[in-house]
Write a new protein. Structure first.
Length: 546
């Protein structure tokens, strides 16, 4: 740890998927008692006056960025040879960590991820800001929403930057034009790296491979990525073609802007509702992105078992137009009757539950909303006393809790108005969780249940409080993590005291008392810090007395 205090911040522990390599720390703003993430940069001799002025101008510009899918920047500062940027602390895991755990995501989940990120890129590019390092480690998954982190204005030329060399997997995600000149970033290079991230999330592999940095750099220039649809067979053809267009070696051949990517993603969502497979589309033709390569058409037909049948020389073809032939008309009539019968035939309670379970398993907000609106409510309307009615009510309550907590997190993040007392009490409880005071958070949730439990208007807020209590009591992560941090700092102060570095030890004790003095869960540890201060205060007075 470089220091225990950084300006108004009390620095605690490292953050990131690989904490040993990370320069991002968890910290607490002492005055406002708010947990934040702080990225620390060390420059030789602290940097020149011009570099400091440029960095200060950069953080002022970053503070002006306001978008729900972009992490908030609170500003920055300098401390001796260090400079830092303070950001909101996003709770969740990175996309990289999620992919390490799951391997890959469904195409529906990738689409849910892509749309808000494309909107975030459109916002940045409209302000002439290029991210320049989009990848799975720069995307946090907060609840069900992606958040783009680590936005910089001067990523590659500022003295306040990280010097870590990219790993092979990170290098394989880079735009080809940036291999030799990484500082020449453009919106088109952002779009390439965005496409690389979607490719990785969808297939589980980077679009380019290689066993060494030199091989990866060469492959970036000349290797053509395999079509995602050949790896993930249920991938919609529109998503497949959009990703390949984003990964075009020629920046001019990529979509012209993030706005164009947003429109293409909307087209993917609209057209994928048909649920027709990629091979079916490619073999029969489609409107949004046409397959012009005959080889691709033939491969698609091969997948479907559709082979060209050459007419024998002596065969006489039927001159009747195919759609006027009797068998076609009969088949169409039978198909129409079947569709009408299927639509008119009401779904059974069992089939409605299966449909609801499939939607809930997707774990996306849109799927959860769909499950609540149709199959779950239909179970309650048509089978109010059925065997799955209680299950349907429980699922609706759980979905309402998930949506309530997500909407509240968005309001808190964007400083939007709090509607009612239930939301206010939840926010206060979450503030206590953020500083590790789990006892007060639990008390706040329990008081919410006591005060609002009988009011039907606050049913969802009460259920959400019960859900949060269960999580906190089950994990106890906040208490254990805060205790671990405080214990570590106390041990460090004891070592300093043993080395007769009393002033440095006292700084640590003071910071712990100032930061955690009101935390009832940490009472014994803070009492120990206070006792150390008293003991060493008296020791110093005795030494100073004649």
């Amino acid at each position: 740890m470089p220091r225990s205090r950084l300006g108004p911040l009390a620095v605690e522990s490292k953050l990131g998927d690989n904490p040993t390599d990370s320069c991002v720390w968890r910290a607490v703003h002492v005055q406002f008692q708010r947990s934040i993430a702080v990225k620390i940069f060390t420059a030789p001799f602290g940097g020149t006056h011009e570099a400091r002025a440029a960095f200060a101008a950069e953080w002022e510009s970053l503070k002006a960025i306001q978008h729900p899918a972009i992490v908030r920047c609170y500003g920055g500062g300098f401390e001796e040879t260090d400079a830092y940027l303070a950001h909101e602390l996003v709770h969740g895991e990175t996309l990289a960590s999620q992919l390490d755990r799951l391997g890959k995501l469904s195409w529906e989940a990738v689409l849910e991820l892509a749309e808000p990120l494309a909107d975030a890129l459109e916002y940045l590019h409209s302000k002439q800001i290029v991210h320049g390092a989009i990848g799975p480690d720069k995307i946090m998954i907060s609840g069900l929403s992606p958040i783009l982190i680590d936005v910089r204005l001067n990523r590659f030329t500022s003295p306040y930057r990280t010097a870590r060399r990219p790993k092979l997997k990170e290098l394989a995600m880079r735009a080809p034009e940036l291999v030799d000149c990484p500082h020449l970033i453009t919106p088109q290079s952002d779009l390439y790296e965005f496409g690389s991230t979607l490719y990785l999330a969808l297939t589980g592999h980077p679009p380019i491979d290689g066993s060494s940095a030199e091989e990866v750099k060469g492959n970036l220039q000349f290797q053509t990525p395999m079509s995602p649809a050949k790896i993930v067979l249920d991938c919609p053809v529109w998503l497949d073609k959009l990703i390949l267009q984003l990964l075009d070696k020629n920046p001019a051949a990529r979509p012209p802007s993030a706005t164009a990517v947003k429109l293409a993603l909307a087209e993917v969502r609209k057209r994928s509702m048909s649920r027709v497979g990629v091979a079916e589309h490619a073999s029969s033709g489609f409107s949004a992105l046409k397959v012009t390569d005959q080889k691709e058409r033939d491969e698609a037909r091969s997948l479907l078992g559709r082979q060209k049948v050459e007419l024998e020389e002596d065969a006489v073809p039927d001159a009747t137009v195919w759609h006027d032939q009797a068998w076609v008309l009969l088949a169409a009539m039978l198909l129409l009757l079947a569709v009408i019968a299927y639509a008119a035939w009401p779904a059974s309670e069992e089939s409605l539950r299966r449909k609801a379970e499939a939607l809930i398993a997707q774990e996306t907000r849109s799927a959860l909303s769909d499950a609540k609106i149709h199959p779950l409510r239909e179970i309650l309307v048509r089978f109010p006393d059925g065997q799955h009615a209680d299950w349907a009510r429980e699922q609706i309550d759980q979905i309402d809790v998930v949506l309530f907590l997500h909407q509240l997190s968005v309001k808190i993040k964007n400083n939007l108005p709090i509607k009612h007392q239930g939301e206010m009490l939840h926010k206060q409880a979450q503030d206590y969780v953020a500083i590790g005071d789990i006892s007060r958070a639990l008390d706040k949730y329990r008081s919410l249940i006591t005060v609002l439990g009988e009011d039907e208007r606050y049913k969802v807020a009460v259920n959400a409080a019960e859900y949060q209590i269960g999580l906190l009591e089950k994990s106890g992560v906040g208490v254990s993590e805060a205790s671990r941090i405080v214990q570590k700092r106390l041990d460090e102060a004891d070592r300093l005291l043993a080395d007769h570095r009393v002033v440095e030890a006292r700084k640590i004790w003071y910071s712990l008392v100032e930061l955690y003095g009101g935390n009832s869960d940490l009472g014994p540890l803070i009492a120990r810090a206070q006792q150390r201060l008293r003991e060493n205060s008296s020791d110093r007075r005795e030494q100073d007395s004649p």
